[in-house]
Structure formats: structure tokens, C-alpha cells
Design a protein around this ligand. Structure first.
Ligand SMILES: Cc1ncc(COP(=O)(O)O)c(C=O)c1O
Length: 392
């Protein structure tokens, strides 16, 4: 057997000047005259898998960029992938293609709940969850997550039960969890499923980080895969964008078994959100079906795992900072409350490091660091964090 191809995640790729959201926003120098390192928004500094780039370039060579229809092969690839990764049997007609997962959050809230309905929102959570509720608008109850072993978030069973008992139409779940990087285990998911059934609540489950599991002894479980009963009340949102680092050319999809929910979710879809473009279909198909994309992903996960280990070990040495253990994703969640600063993000920025503010996730005093970057840049970022610690 030949050795798997190795991929180069170490060589920096120049992104400045490429209209990268992450790199443009904070372009400039810090007080010491160094370029600011932007480790905030969740895309990675790595080139996409070679088969994805090759497939895109073949389509460029063809040259006609008209409207597209969803390739059957992509639907089949999604069905096959759910079966292979999660032993979850879905059918092609359960899939609704979307231009992005955030659009799916908004659609789920607006199309599947009524003005008087209430949502449940375990927090802290990726800001668009809250925005989907606020903009619809729908009332929502934020349910604080609990902290297990001082290292990662778990659902707080008591609080969840009380919140369900007070009544809600839909639970908005983020699994794996952003910003905390936790994966909810089978028991946690089963207890939510039981509550949802007992109280006749729908579930919208954003599982965009599902394929970035870093802990070898953990596995992602789609909540809808638990049972047919739970599948019938769930909208699962997934995408190849995070794992294969193609959000600029990628797509997303909802998996909805129940035909009534699916029809309601998809009502006037074409008028509400754009259809995914041809590049997104090509990128997703090559990511999901080409064996070398799979090897690339395995290499990426090993690289991210090592980055996470470096970051967690270093951050543990910095007085007053507490990094949560990242089970999945490329995002480190760091508690800086012990520093007592009104705005830790501004303090890090002064020291040449742009991070996401915890306030964005309803968690003041925290910051989120994206370690989906070359090791040398991560090392530099950690050194700036030590410097920021000394300067407070
Ligand atoms: C939990 C979660 N959902 C959705 C998104 C964004 O999805 P999309 O770009 O497909 O809208 C992100 C991006 O960071 C995310 O972390």
C-alpha cells in the first residue's frame, strides 16, 4: 500500500489583498509597528484540498458560468456521507440546498415558527443564532450552558428541563458548540430528544463543525440520527465549508425528514435566498467524493489537533487566562475575566492580535482565538498573548 499523500499546512499563504474578510478588517500595524495577526472569523489560512482546486479550475476552463441545477451526484454524496460517518440513513429528497448555514438558521426560525412562538437558545452561542431570533422577531429564552470539569461546556439538564417545561416551539442547538468547541454526547442528546418529544418542540441543529472533531475518543452524533421520532421534528444544518475550508465557494444544506416541515422550510426559498452557485456545487462535490480530499481532511485534523495542544498548553501558563478544552472546531475559547479588563479584545489588539470578543457570544470577558493557521503564526500569536499578559 502506498503512503497517504502529505499536505503542506505549514507554508504561509499570503492572504492580505485577497479580499479576505478576516485579513482585511484589521489590516494595519500595532503600537510596536508589527502587522496585526487576525485570528478572529472562522475560516482557515490553508489552501483548499487539491481535488477541490482542480475541479474548480476545470470548470473555469470550460468558461460558461450560467445558472446551475443541483447535481444528483452531490445529493447522493451527502446521503452516502451521512451513512458512512454517522450511520445515519437519510433520503435524497430530505435535502434542501442552501447558500449558507446562517441563512438556514433564519429560515428555520421564520418559516417554522409563528410570531407568538418562543425559542430556546443554549448560550453562549455563535451570534447569528441570537440574531435569527431577534430579527424574525421571536421571543427566546437563553439557557446558560454548564461547565464540566472546568474545561468544556455541557448542557445543563435541570435548566433545560425547566425551560422546556415553560414551553417553546423550537430549540436552537449548536453541535459541535461554537464558541466553546464542545461536542454533545449521546446521553446529552438523548435527554434533549426526550424533552423535545415530551413537550412537542422542534429542533434546529447547526452541525457545521461536525467534521472537525479533534479528540480521538469523541465522535459527532447528529441529533436527528438518534431515532425516527427525533428525526421527524428536526432540521439539521450542515455544510462542507468549515472542514474543507471553502466558505467562499461552498454551500450548505438542511436535512429535513418530515415532508410538512420541509415544505414549510422551503416556502418561496428561491425568492428568499440565492441558489448555491456552480462553484459551490463543484467545491462540495470534490470535497465529499474525491479520496484525496479525505486524506487532506485527515491531515488537517492532525494539524489542528497539534495546534490546539500547543495553544492549550501555552495558555495554561498565562496567569489569569483559562482556555477551554476544544473537542471540535479550530476555535479556542478563552476566559480572561480574571484580568478584570473592561475589554480584553481591545487589550489584545493593542498587542497585535485581533480576536473575536466574547460579547459577540453573550460572554463578556472571554475572547475566541482561531487556531486554523500555520503553526509559526500561532506561536507568534501566543507570544503576543504572553506579552499582553505582562502589560496589563
Ligand atoms: C456554528 C456556525 N454556524 C454557521 C456558521 C457560518 O455558516 P455559513 O457561512 O455557511 O453561513 C459558522 C461560521 O463560523 C458557525 O460557526
Amino acid at each position: 500500500m502506498s503512503a497517504p499523500p502529505s499536505f503542506d499546512f505549514d507554508t504561509p499563504v499570503e492572504r492580505a489583498g485577497t479580499w479576505s474578510q478576516r485579513w482585511e478588517r484589521f489590516r494595519g500595524l500595532d503600537a510596536a509597528g508589527r502587522e496585526i495577526l487576525p485570528l478572529w472569523v472562522a475560516d482557515m489560512d490553508f489552501r483548499a484540498p487539491p481535488p477541490v482546486l482542480e475541479a474548480l479550475s476545470r470548470r473555469i476552463d470550460h468558461g460558461v458560468l450560467g445558472y446551475s441545477v443541483l447535481p444528483e451526484a452531490l445529493k447522493e454524496a451527502i446521503v452516502g456521507r451521512m451513512e458512512r460517518l454517522y450511520r445515519w440513513q437519510i433520503r435524497p429528497d430530505w435535502i434542501v440546498m442552501l447558500p449558507g448555514v446562517v441563512a438556514g438558521l433564519h429560515l428555520a426560525v421564520r418559516q417554522l415558527t409563528q410570531a407568538q412562538d418562543k425559542l430556546l437558545l443554549p448560550v453562549p452561542v455563535y451570534n447569528p443564532f441570537r440574531r435569527a431570533a431577534e430579527l424574525a422577531p421571536r421571543a427566546f429564552e437563553a439557557i446558560p450552558l454548564a461547565c464540566a470539569a472546568g474545561t468544556h461546556y455541557v448542557l445543563d439538564a435541570g435548566r433545560m428541563e425547566d425551560a422546556f417545561r415553560r414551553g417553546a416551539r423550537m430549540l436552537m442547538l449548536c453541535n459541535p458548540q461554537n464558541p466553546g468547541g464542545a461536542i454533545y454526547g449521546r446521553d446529552e442528546l438523548a435527554s434533549i430528544a426526550a424533552l423535545a418529544e415530551r413537550h412537542d418542540t422542534l429542533i434546529c441543529s447547526d452541525e457545521i463543525h461536525a467534521e472537525l472533531v479533534l479528540d480521538e475518543d469523541r465522535a459527532h452524533i447528529p441529533i436527528a440520527s438518534l431515532s425516527p421520532e427525533i428525526s421527524r421534528r428536526t432540521v439539521t444544518l450542515m455544510s462542507p465549508n468549515k472542514a474543507f475550508n471553502i466558505p467562499g465557494a461552498g454551500c450548505a444544506y438542511a436535512i429535513i425528514e418530515d415532508p410538512d416541515l420541509r415544505v414549510a422550510f422551503s416556502r418561496e426559498l428561491h425568492g428568499l435566498v440565492p441558489d448555491p452557485g456552480v462553484f459551490s456545487y463543484i467545491g462540495a462535490l470534490a470535497a465529499y467524493t474525491e479520496p484525496a480530499s479525505g486524506s487532506w481532511l485527515a491531515g488537517l485534523i492532525a494539524y489542528l489537533r497539534a495546534n490546539r495542544d500547543v495553544a492549550e498548553a501555552e495558555l495554561a501558563q498565562i496567569e489569569g487566562l483559562k482556555a477551554w478544552h476544544v473537542e471540535a472546531s479550530c476555535l479556542a475559547w478563552i476566559d480572561a475575566r480574571a484580568w478584570g479588563l473592561p475589554d480584553p479584545t481591545a487589550h489584545f489588539l493593542k498587542h497585535g492580535l485581533a480576536l473575536s470578543p466574547g460579547t459577540q457570544f453573550s460572554a463578556p470577558g472571554f475572547v475566541r482565538l482561531n487556531f486554523g493557521t500555520q503553526r509559526a503564526r500561532l506561536d507568534e500569536a501566543l507570544s503576543r498573548m504572553r506579552e499582553a499578559a505582562r502589560a496589563r
